[in-house]
Design a protein around this ligand. Structure first.
Ligand SMILES: [Zn+2]
Length: 70
């Protein structure tokens, strides 16, 4: 069974242990993919999960006086 390396699109023999780097064609491409994955993990926006100081201020203002911002 043959597939394509996700990094360089080279034909890859996907069976192990023939190709321990499968589904990549080589350990180099595997490392490139890992690097991309780490870059993506670090660049995921956290805005929705961690409220900003402004969000917290608005939330506390609403809690203190619900009528003010409604
Ligand atoms: Zn490759």
């Amino acid at each position: 069974m043959e597939s394509r390396c996700p990094i360089c699109k080279a034909a890859v023999r996907s069976g192990r242990p023939e190709n321990p780097s499968a589904p990549f064609c080589s350990s180099r491409c595997r490392d490139v993919d890992l690097g991309r994955w780490l870059d993506g993990a670090y660049s995921i926006p956290v805005h929705d999960e961690i409220p900003s100081e402004e969000d917290i201020a608005i939330a506390s203002a609403r809690a203190a006086d619900p009528r003010r911002l409604s």
